[in-house]
Write a protein that binds this ligand. Structure first.
Ligand SMILES: NC(=O)c1ccc[n+]([C@@H]2O[C@H](COP(=O)([O-])OP(=O)(O)OC[C@H]3O[C@@H](n4cnc5c(N)ncnc54)[C@H](OP(=O)(O)O)[C@@H]3O)[C@@H](O)[C@H]2O)c1
Length: 227
């Protein structure tokens, strides 16, 4: 396989936290970033900071139609990802399972599971047509272990591990699907469950140097791995 120096990288949830830090890092490294998120202010900031060939769009991954239009627009412009990062996710407000409101539980499933499926459904066929590419589904330590008060989040991240394993068995040669647990990083998500003590952990900018290296090094040989 010919190694492209500059990769096309799709990142969901690029507006803050790990997704934003990776977008910053990949642009700096000379790659083309296609990112999305729901926050229109943050997307406007990204559009201004990183003009074409980069592309940032307001997309809710839980909305299959929005994801479909987003992918179609880029694929028709010959913008097919080498790396598809399913990073966008929510965490529940800490509570025992029986106290989680049904609407919150439903949102967790819609974004963290259905959203990942929608992104794969709309982007992957073009990656298969170009016969290469790596899908990275962001998992968590809580996709491989559990703690009290985060049952909805654990449910979704364990599902991501299963979805990724099954997908890896379906992919044709040249492609890979990987479940990726990023570690513990001080983001808004971490503050939801760790509070102020999240500040003891590395910042997204610090984390992104090693993480970008790890993600860029993934190849078809990594298919099916939980990293
Ligand atoms: N931080 C950690 O220590 C840690 C540990 C383990 C795993 N993770 C995983 O790493 C990933 C990133 O987490 P983070 O800590 O960076 O979280 P974060 O700071 O809360 O950021 C989450 C990102 O997802 C986006 N997002 C949420 N719902 C969305 C939707 N429906 N459509 C599109 N974008 C959406 C948010 O943007 P908008 O609000 O603009 O939509 C934001 O950009 C997640 O998958 C998380 O589970 C994080």
């Amino acid at each position: 396989m010919k190694t492209k120096i500059s990769r096309t990288i799709v990142i969901t949830g690029a507006t803050k936290g790990l997704g934003r830090a990776l977008a910053d890092r990949f642009v700096t490294l000379g790659h083309t970033v296609i990112g999305c998120g729901r926050s229109s202010d943050a997307i406007a900031d990204l559009q201004q900071t990183y003009p074409a060939p980069h592309s940032f769009s307001v997309v809710d991954v839980a909305d299959d139609q929005q994801v479909g239009e987003w992918a179609k627009q880029h694929i028709e412009a010959d913008c097919v990802p080498d790396l598809l990062l399913n990073n966008a996710a929510l965490i529940n407000q800490p509570n025992p399972l029986w106290a989680v409101p049904p609407s919150e539980f439903a949102s967790m499933l819609q974004v963290n599971i259905q959203g990942v499926y929608a992104v794969i459904r709309h982007w992957l066929p073009a990656m298969m047509a170009q016969k290469r590419g790596v899908v990275v589904n962001f998992s968590s330590g809580w996709g491989r272990s559990t703690s009290p008060d985060v049952a909805p989040y654990c449910t979704t991240k364990w599902a991501i591990e299963g979805m990724t394993q099954a997908l890896s068995q379906e992919l044709p040669e040249g492609l890979a699907a990987v479940a990726y647990s990023p570690g513990v990083i001080d983001t808004e998500m971490l503050r939801t469950c760790f509070g102020e003590s999240a500040g003891q952990h590395q910042s997204p900018a610090e984390w992104s140097a090693k993480a970008a290296e790890t993600l860029l090094a993934l190849t078809a040989r990594d298919n099916g791995r939980s990293i």
